[in-house]
Design a protein around this ligand. Structure first.
Ligand code: ADP
Ligand code: MG
Length: 259
């Protein structure tokens, strides 16, 4: 390596332009092959660096979010779920609601794509620079209850209040202990108007009193959540069952038996 090259490498290292440094020969060749002028070449080099940094940032955000599996909006078949307004989901994918600190409720029976949409919107939020944390409601409650017992509830609530978007999945599958409902209320209050909360639930809002085992606490939680909120109600049958039926794996009689 000649001295000039070495000097350029040092500068790139100092500026942390890792991608340009790594692909320098290739980039210089491309720039010359495509007859780029200096401005075009500089733009091309910077683009490569920015793409690489974005990719790394997104990967790190996805790791920190702890999604249970990977899903994207592109993988969502809107034609299979006519009760969902494609336009509303596209609007939500702009993440303006997160910028405003609004809440989002995705409600509907099991298997209709609530978790799929929640993860997809979470990934979109990360792409746009927001921090995201995904947790199942039951796990969240267990952690809050344990922290309460151990005397460090405040730390735990602060921990769950850090992410700009907190996704709480499957609220309502298990009924809450009324004490737990109060802990949940404290978390919702702390996050209120600071960050956004996305909740998926198989129970309608009118059933939340039952879910929380305390209608007063449920009303207080809903008051905070619904103040600035968006609600997507999904109707219809489970996507998996529908797919199985399409492929002939189950017939309508068996489906009725399952139900
Ligand atoms: P829910 O959270 O409402 O119970 P999920 O989001 O877990 O449902 O969906 C169940 C499975 O079906 C997942 O693998 C999901 O990716 C898939 N799925 C559901 N709805 C759709 C859809 N409209 N298009 C593509 N895949 C879907
Ligand atoms: Mg789900």
């Amino acid at each position: 390596m000649n001295a000039e090259y070495e000097y350029l490498f040092k500068l790139l290292t100092r500026l942390k332009l890792v991608m340009i440094k790594e692909k320098l020969d290739f980039l210089l060749e491309e720039a010359s092959k495509k007859d780029m002028n200096l401005r075009e070449a500089l733009t091309f080099f910077c683009e490569q660096e920015v793409q690489n940094k974005d990719h790394k940032r997104i990967q790190m955000g996805i790791n920190l979010a702890k999604f249970p599996f990977s899903r994207t909006l592109d993988q969502f078949d809107f034609s299979a779920q006519p009760s969902i307004d494609n336009g509303q989901i596209r609007e939500l994918s702009t993440c303006r609601w997160i910028g405003n600190g609004d809440a989002l409720l995705l409600l509907g029976p099991p298997g209709v794509g609530k978790t799929h949409l929640a993860i997809s919107l979470g990934r979109e939020a990360i792409r746009q620079g927001y921090s995201v944390l995904f947790i199942q409601a039951a796990a969240l409650l267990t952690q809050l209850a344990k922290a309460h017992l151990d005397g460090n509830l405040e730390d735990k609530i602060n921990q769950f209040s850090k992410a700009k978007l907190l996704i709480i999945d499957e609220l309502g599958y298990l009924p809450f202990d009324p004490k737990a409902a109060h802990l949940f209320f404290q978390l919702v209050s702390k996050r209120y108007e600071k960050g956004s909360t996305l909740i998926t639930s198989n129970r309608s809002v009118s059933e939340w009193g039952e879910v929380f085992g305390d209608s007063v606490v449920a009303a207080a939680i809903l008051d905070r959540l619904l103040h600035h909120s968006h609600v997507v109600i999904i109707r219809g049958e489970s996507y998996r069952l529908k797919e199985k039926r399409k492929s002939g794996l189950i017939n309508d009689q068996k489906l009725k038996d399952i139900k």
